[in-house]
Design a binder for this molecule. Structure first.
Ligand code: MN
Length: 219
């Protein structure tokens, strides 16, 4: 066999070995496994429940705009396995994000999913940052689509005078979200100040100021 063709064979074999492990959620092993959200059994995903109905595959929570009268001027409404138990093991989910004029969905990541958004209305500045710190950013409007690769920090900002909204789809039943600012400055227990002063090259006072604004709300 020529050198180049054995190299191609090697690549093919490598891709067969690697491919299953680079999928997002694991593959399903049965037609349905509707999540028993109240089960005490801990496993990767949720235990399957016995009595299944059509409502386990239904959710009407994305029909209406979410309330955006908050500090950031945006609201994410999830349609994941926690809302639609039938999504358990299926490897997909959605959300709806609404934005007030100027509203921001702040920089965040989804550790378990790539995200693709479709603009329902309005105009948004959207972007993500690669591991090489390259900002990939674009303005998108009604009917347009943009992709945020799995695990990369990304954001959306309503750049218009009216409300904006998107539908987001994910290749995970529960993509997970880490919002960078809140993760670092609003965790429980708090990240030590010395970690944040060094990381951000700022003083303790500035760290305390940000922490006071992002601290978990006391109830
Ligand atoms: Mn996102």
């Amino acid at each position: 066999m020529a050198k180049s063709s054995s190299f191609l064979l090697f690549l093919l074999l490598l891709s067969l070995v690697v491919a299953p492990s680079i999928a997002a959620d694991p593959d399903m092993l049965q037609d349905i496994c509707v999540a028993d959200l109240s089960s005490g059994t801990k496993l990767n995903g949720f235990a399957c429940k016995a009595n299944v109905t059509e409502d386990d595959f239904f959710f009407k929570g994305l029909a209406m705009p979410g309330a955006t009268n908050n500090t950031l001027g945006s609201l994410v409404t999830g349609a994941n396995v926690e809302k639609i138990p039938g999504l358990n093991t299926l490897g997909v989910s959605m959300s709806r994000i609404d934005y007030a004029p100027g509203g921001l969905n702040p920089p965040h990541t989804h550790p378990r999913a790539t995200e693709i958004v479709f603009v329902l209305e309005g105009s948004l500045d959207v972007g993500f940052i690669t591991g090489a710190n390259k900002l990939v950013m674009k303005t998108i409007t009604k009917g347009e689509v943009f992709v945020f690769p799995r695990g990369l920090v990304h954001f959306q900002k309503n750049n218009g005078y009216g409300p904006a909204a998107v539908i987001a789809a994910f290749n995970s039943q529960l993509p997970g979200t880490q919002s960078i600012a809140v993760t670092l400055f609003g965790s429980t227990p708090p990240v030590p100040n010395v970690v944040l002063t060094k990381a951000f090259q700022i003083g303790t006072k500035e760290v305390e100021k940000i922490k006071s604004r992002l601290a978990p709300k006391k109830t």
